[in-house]
Design a protein around this ligand. Sequence first.
Ligand code: SAM
Length: 348
Amino acid sequence: MNKAKQLIDRLEAQHSLSIEEYEYLIENQSDELAAYAAEKAVALRKQVYGTDVYIRGLIEIGNICRNDCYYCGIRRSNPACDRYRLTEAQILDCAREGYTLGFRTFVMQGGEDSAFSVDVVCHLVRQIKAEFPDCAVTLSLGEFPREAYQAMFDAGADRYLLRHETADKAHYEKLHPAQMSFDNRMRCLRDLKDIGYQTGCGFMVGSPYQTAQTLAEDLKFIEEFRPEMCGIGPFIPQKDTPFRDFPAGTCEQTVYLLSLLRLIQPNLLLPATTALGTIRPDGRERGLQAGANVVMPNLSPLGVRKKYALYDGKLCTGEEAAQCIGCLSRRVASVGCRIVTARGDIIR
Ligand code: SAM
């Protein structure tokens, strides 16, 4: 058996490799190796989660952002971005609609907007938890001081998603302006975990300046950090950003990395992302076939979905919608899984 397959076998058994070994696996990706990894990844997922796929209702609460990430369509310096901020009433209406549709997790995601202050976020979380005590609330609102994360947790937030973007400091500095700090991002992730959130990190696949070495560092970071969730999706250029001319990441590499992540941590909550569904019509199904077990349909008001334009061509008029849960269920069933109505906490 060749060396790459042997490494996959060892990852399956021991859930750990060296950075050099991860790099070897990334450099030697092939269709055959990806299929080999996917088969093992799906088997491990089945051992932990059976055929269940968890759904999260994504509420994009606003696209006003103080940050200026070079890859992101809602970055501060993009004058072409049509800004919006949902009101508390609108957000609660999204949650109500989602609850009726069967969602038991709401993810509030948005730009870093000082109007969503700690007090405002805490109030929102309390309202949602009071009205839907059987639901989990996930926040994805960027970087805050530890005390702020603690207050949101005390208000009832269960989970927090903050992609690390890259585990390589020099790479991080190529993706972000000098005002943004790799060390602070990592500090945030450590604080979130320490406070007791189910914590999600993650990165874009095929981001500019990414290499097999930086990806290997990502995998090692995830192996050691042991997040509860990990969001990965292809980088997709956005026409009004400095990275407009870089190529998009591929579906093939994204699903291969999903399989490796499942082998690293069998109980990881691993979404088949909207970005994956954007670069390929059957991208999310392919993600599930590679070991993903979460999908995050869009619950935002119809009128703002297009405005939350992180990248070009984002799915926002079709089956990514929470309202299309019926079609999504059929798609998920077509790859041997089933959508369940549950909070979908990590199984330890
Ligand atoms: N502001 C919060 C934060 O920084 O975590 C949440 C919103 S942020 C827009 C969510 C994620 O979108 C980022 O972590 C990034 O990985 C992803 N993203 C941004 N621009 C993207 C692009 N051009 N292609 C793919 N993903 C992108």
